[in-house]
Design a protein around this ligand. Structure first.
Ligand code: BEZ
Ligand code: FE
Length: 303
């Protein structure tokens, strides 16, 4: 009868993966078990604390549904999403920096023509967004699909609202760059917002006295043949939460100054209905391949 010896336990569990044919899985499991056992030992974890952790993870899973991914939110607030993103996008050189996709991407957006107003009936301060997409040498890239989405004036995405099913999308669309690599559209100025805090991740954020805010931003997902898909956010200069993004997604190169303009026409020559804001950002794509991230299904408020 073997004697139980907790000092030999980690090695025993690590050795239990010895027969695995999948060497990467074997390596990942060995490292995970070693890190997890190290955590339990270093913290002298009590049975109650481990029970609470199991309960937390159980409730995190129960909060997930077709429109809600609480585990991704957990990964985001623990900085794991940004760490994985950083490790997978090293050596960007001149290419535009990447950041989080977030849970409010709902998939291939409706294609709209340049200049379209994506705000539908949503109230807010008008904003004109103009972008150019090039390769690393500055050559314009035509035919690049660009999905854009952002929160409204009150900090909510369309997919968080009960009216989403009946009213359809707003503040999200797909544009395709023209021969000169350009795209432009009308929208409203997005606001900074609270991440969803009505679940276990929110409990954790509040229990640790963290602030659950993201600075105002517009999401972009660019896809071009022969180039790595680019997932990024463009943040609005001056936002109070740029230094304290709850999901650690801000990078300096992704902060854009938004100009307040008073000209009677917008850059496409069409009339403006009062003062408006201008966001200008140029994207540089890195040659390569890759699969664009999969979207979340539409979110309902209490999903
Ligand atoms: C977002 O930017 O949409 C987002 C990212 C991570 C967590 C919550 C929201
Ligand atoms: Fe967002």
């Amino acid at each position: 009868m073997p004697q139980f010896d907790d000092s030999a336990l980690t090695t025993a569990v690590v050795n239990s993966f010895e027969e695995s044919n999948d060497l990467r899985l074997k390596f990942l499991m060995e490292e995970l078990v070693t890190a997890l056992h190290g955590f339990v030992r270093r913290t002298n974890l009590s049975s109650e604390e481990w029970g609470a952790a199991i309960d937390f993870l159980t409730r995190t899973g129960q909060k997930c549904g077709p429109g809600r991914q609480e585990f991704i939110l957990l990964s985001d607030v623990l900085g794991v999403s940004m760490l994985v993103d950083a490790l997978n996008h090293k050596d960007r050189g001149e290419a535009t920096q990447t950041t989080l996709l977030g849970p409010f991407y709902v998939g291939e957006h409706r294609p709209l023509p340049h200049g379209a107003d994506i705000s539908e009936k949503v109230e807010g301060d008008p904003m004109f967004v103009q972008c150019r997409v090039t390769d690393l040498r500055g050559k314009p890239l035509a035919g690049v699909t660009v999905d854009v989405w952002h929160a409204d004036d009150e900090g909510f995405y369309d997919s968080q609202k009960p009216s989403y099913a009946s009213d359809g999308p707003s503040l999200r669309a797909r544009f395709t760059t023209d021969a000169d690599g350009r795209l432009y559209f009308r929208t409203i100025l997005p606001r900074n917002y609270l991440i969803p805090i009505d679940g276990p991740v929110g409990e954790l954020i509040l229990a640790t006295r963290r602030y659950p805010m993201r600075p105002a931003h517009v999401h972009f997902l660019l896809n071009a043949k022969g180039f790595e898909p680019l997932v990024t956010d463009i943040f609005i200069e001056g936002d109070s939460y740029l230094d304290s993004d709850v999901v650690f997604g801000v990078k300096e190169d992704l902060i854009s100054s938004i100009e307040l303009r008073a000209e009677p026409t917008m850059p496409d020559g069409l009339p403006a209905d009062g003062p408006w804001h201008l966001m200008t950002y140029d994207f540089r794509l890195k040659p390569g391949r890759g699969v664009a991230p999969k979207p979340m299904a539409p979110v309902s408020v209490d999903a």
